[in-house]
Ligand binder design. Structure first.
Ligand code: ADP
Length: 401
């Protein structure tokens, strides 16, 4: 089955075309990204096993972007299919599935209406996801479309973990609660971790650390997410590239008062000017911070805060899991930064986390980085959300046949 995986952001469309034999046997025929949609300098970057291809042309909106993707897949020198009809299903990444969707679903009019109704919960993310779904429905009428939600994997959180201690009426009125994000990534690496450990996911207690420009950790007991660090929005939790993570909410009102800022302005500061960028004053990219650390106090401090707060979450999740079998690092920082992995794990030997320095030099490939005698297996696992979306799509569409 040929499956197109589509991930629409506010100004980007990322895509991958999979040829799936079954869940474990597949081939990536092409992948790429359309960038700068609706702004000057739009371009498509397309990769196939036989070569790379760049096309620069104005792309006014998501529909035009998807038309360009389909044209590139089916015509010209980079083509891998002879017709759009060879695409048998489309899998969409959708950020917010609200409380309704705790798994992936075939997109119907009713599902699309529900995704639309969650737009105020994820105003930056769900609207472009919807544009992508609508464009694919128009361009490939009759082709089944599946939605895979970032929030879905955390649908198993117990009520006491997702209800915030604010007046309950706000949960009833606005559905203010912890949703959690990066679910597709946490689910993928948890499944891989079980395979690597040669154990059944249903018997493992895992902490998965997704550390990219956004950062979230998840506590996974016997295959189910029981807590996660992002909350009502992706602003809560650990230190991120430009997002603050956990802070005292009173800081917001103090800043509004002292600096004469509006709520919108403080929201912007906490989302775009905080985290790694805010503390270091150098960059949101931890590579720059690691480079600056030897001669810059605030760069060193940033790295210390990242590790300190990560340790606190690991300790908390260890407690609620009732022990720990595996600790997984993934995404840009988790897959690459030996320094940050080491600084998080060091001092956690009393929890049974014993890192091997030589093994910890690994980058971007699946590996154990703990010592053979470490009670907790520590792993680096490159995430693959696209594959997860393709698998879910394959499973759902196959049952329709
Ligand atoms: P996104 O959440 O945007 O998909 P990624 O998972 O690609 O992000 O992670 C991006 C971040 O990963 C960068 O901001 C950078 O901090 C970090 N990163 C990527 N490569 C490295 C590296 N080699 N060493 C340290 N950090 C890295």
């Amino acid at each position: 089955m040929n499956i197109l995986v589509v991930n629409c952001g506010s100004s980007t469309v990322k895509y991958q075309l999979f040829q799936m034999e079954d869940e474990d046997h597949y081939n990536v025929m092409a992948k790429g990204v359309v960038e700068r949609i609706g702004i000057p300098g739009s371009r498509l970057e397309h990769h196939t096993p036989s070569g790379d291809f760049v096309e620069e042309q104005p792309v006014a909106n998501h529909r035009v972007a998807l038309e360009l993707v389909l044209a590139t897949l089916t015509a010209g020198k980079a083509r891998v299919l002879s017709s759009i009809r060879e695409i048998e299903a489309v899998g969409h990444r959708v950020v917010h599935g609200g409380e309704k969707f705790t798994g992936s679903v075939l997109i119907t009019d009713e599902v699309l209406a529900a995704i639309r109704s969650f737009a105020d919960l994820a105003p930056l993310h769900n609207p472009p996801n919807i544009l992508g779904i609508e464009a694919c429905q128009e361009l490939m009428p009759g082709t089944p479309q599946v939605a895979v939600f970032d929030t879905a994997f955390h649908g198993t959180l117990p009520e006491y973990a997702y209800i915030y201690p604010i007046p309950y009426e706000y949960y009833e009125k606005y559905r203010i609660r912890r949703y959690g994000f990066h679910g597709t990534s946490h689910r993928y690496v948890a499944e891989r971790a079980a395979k690597m450990m040669g154990r059944d996911l249903g018997e493992l207690r895992l902490i998965t650390c997704h550390m990219g420009s956004g950062v979230s950790f998840a506590a996974i007991r016997y295959g189910k997410s029981i807590d996660t660090s992002m909350g009502f929005t992706p602003l809560e939790g650990l230190v991120m590239g430009t997002r603050c993570g956990d802070i005292d909410p009173a800081i917001i009102f103090f800043l509004m008062d002292k600096e004469g800022l509006s709520a919108k302005q403080v929201e912007e500061i906490l989302n775009k000017k905080s985290g790694v960028l805010g503390v270091s004053g150098i960059s949101s990219d931890t590579r720059d911070i690691e480079d600056a650390a030897p001669h810059n106090h605030r760069a060193r401090l940033t790295l210390e805060i990242i590790a300190y707060r990560a340790k606190k979450y690991i300790g908390a999740y260890y407690a609620i899991l009732g022990g720990l079998d595996g600790l997984v690092f993934t995404a840009g920082i988790g897959e690459n930064s030996s320094y940050i992995r080491k600084s998080i794990c060091s001092g956690l030997e009393h929890l049974g986390i014993l890192i091997d320095d030589e093994r910890n030099t690994v980058r971007r490939k699946e590996a154990f980085i703990s010592r053979d005698d470490s009670p907790v297996k520590v792993m680096v696992i490159p995430t693959n959300e696209e594959l997860m979306i393709a698998r879910d799509t394959w499973r759902i569409v196959r049952t329709m046949r």
